[in-house]
Ligand binder design. Structure first.
Ligand code: NAP
Ligand code: MG
Length: 448
């Protein structure tokens, strides 16, 4: 695969894609490694993950620079992303020694459970957040005693390949964590059909996720899906409007809008609609779009020319737009659309720096509009009324909600979607349940 720097359109390297036979071979080696990896003493597995985290920490800058070049991420985001891999490895390094089972009272004997690893886990990662999404899968999967084969997106394999090298350097045995650049239709699809892959952890589009889910049915294969979003940012009249308007652009234009959690539907209470738009406009025009390697840049380019064309196809008669640099690069400006709810941009995930604004009259209508989507990943609610904040947060159908903030991803807490945004939860204390199977043993204590 020919890789291109999205901010310059310069060729940056060629990464060969795995064939079907190479994919099978990687799965075979991961399966072979599973027996000894699950048998590594919990304290030793924990130590290896901690050492892996230390090595990632020592290479934050290198990994970040790679992502700037390969994906056009801003350097400040890319540093956060590399540190997120470190943090998630650290967090789950606590797990091997705490994967406790239960002892359950039963008549006639002793009953106890084990949280057993599944086997080979296939991670399929999209191009928008190559590092964090790799980390959210690989860290808990390895901690629980599984081995991992990871297929990065074709366009963005470089950081995953480097992470695999760091894993080996940390002392992970061969075959425990393998990165396999390849096409979705070949390597990714093979993870689904290969009987030795016992679980798929997929992040990507809802369309591909549905096909993977159907494919997994064949072998009753375990599956986690993190899919698209069309997330509302709901601003009530009593909110801190200055703060809400100052932060709204970053909630959707971060990573150039290529974020499943992007708050791309901005719902504003009608009584403050004009006032809010007046505050929003300078905030949007103020977003610093530019060379991603510069510290002060807040938004970089899109991933490719084709993706930019797709994003542009949603925009017709914008209310206002920011600016982009001249010259090469896949740039698209921060864009605000007014919506009456009948346009494609209101319903479809644009996955670019485009936000649709729409007024609502009262709480009931805000909730109704927020839920008028097949998706349900994240949502923000801005109000000073604490009771309303809780009511609306519970009424909006989303997996990850934030009040007076736009936080979605915090590695301590569960992340994932409802409705067609996905299945299962990553991160937080519960993620390990997705990488283990509860097994129950009953032992009779009757006298012979
Ligand atoms: P995509 O086309 O679904 O691709 C995601 C990954 O799946 C890529 O590695 C892709 O490989 C692979 N793939 C494609 N077809 C496949 C198949 N038939 N079998 C197995 N694997 C296959 O999505 P994308 O365009 O890269 O990413 C954007 C989407 O991801 C957006 O919709 C976004 O909302 C979603 N996303 C969701 C989350 C979340 O956590 N909920 C996070 C980030 C992104 P190739 O590179 O070869 O296409
Ligand atoms: Mg794709």
């Amino acid at each position: 695969m020919r890789l291109v720097d999205p901010s310059t359109e310069d060729f940056i390297g060629d990464v060969p894609l795995a064939s079907l036979a190479e994919t099978d071979e990687a799965i075979r080696r991961a399966h072979e490694a599973f027996g000894s990896w699950r048998a590594v003493a919990p304290g030793d597995r924990a130590r290896l993950l901690r050492r892996f985290a230390v090595l990632v920490d020592e290479h934050v800058e290198e990994l970040a620079q790679l992502e700037v070049r390969n994906a056009g991420h801003t350097i400040s985001n890319a540093r956060w992303e590399a540190r997120n891999v470190r943090d998630v490895l650290d967090y789950y390094s606590g797990a091997p020694e705490r994967l406790v089972g239960r002892q359950i009272p039963v008549p006639g004997g002793l009953d106890f459970t084990f949280a057993e690893p599944l086997g080979v886990v296939g991670l399929i990662v999209p191009w928008n957040f190559p590092m964090p999404i790799a980390g959210w899968g690989l860290a808990p999967a390895l901690a629980a005693g599984n081995t991992v084969v990871l297929k990065p997106a074709e366009a963005t394999p470089l950081t995953a390949l480097r992470l695999a090298e760091l894993g080996l350097e940390a002392g992970l045995p061969e075959g425990v964590f393998t990165v396999l650049p390849g096409a979705g239709s070949i390597a990714g699809q093979r993870f689904v059909t290969h009987p030795l892959v016992r679980k798929i952890c997929f992040t990507g589009s809802t369309a591909v996720g549905k096909r993977i889910m159907a494919g997994c049915a064949d072998q009753v294969k375990r599956l986690t899906l993190e899919l698209g979003g069309k997330n509302p940012n709901i601003i009530f009249a009593d909110a801190d409007l200055e703060r809400a308007a100052a932060t709204a652009p970053y909630a959707v234009f971060d990573n150039a809008g290529q974020d499943c959690c992007a708050r791309s539907r901005l719902l504003v209470q009608a009584s403050v609609y004009d006032k809010f738009l007046a505050l929003l406009e300078p905030a949007v025009r103020g977003v610093r779009v530019g060379q991603p390697g510069l510290d002060e840049t807040e938004m970089g380019p899109l991933i490719s020319a084709a993706h930019r064309d797709k994003v542009a196809s949603y925009v017709d008669d914008p209310l206002f737009q920011g600016t982009v640099p001249e010259g090469p690069g896949f740039w698209y400006p921060p864009t605000v659309l007014e919506s009456a709810g009948r346009d494609r941009a209101w319903h479809e995930e644009v996955f670019g720096p485009v936000v649709s604004v729409r007024p609502f009259t009262d709480e009931a209508e805000a909730v109704e509009l927020a839920n008028d989507t097949e998706y349900g990943l994240s949502a923000s609610v801005w109000t000073r009324d604490a009771s309303r904040a809780v009511r609306v947060a519970r009424a909006v159908q989303a997996g990850t909600l934030s009040v007076n903030s736009h936080s979605s991803v915090r590695y301590w807490t569960p992340f994932g979607g409802v409705k067609q945004s996905g299945l299962g939860r990553e991160l937080g204390p519960d993620a390990l349940a997705g990488f283990t199977e509860v097994r129950n043993v009953f032992m009779s204590v009757e006298e012979a």
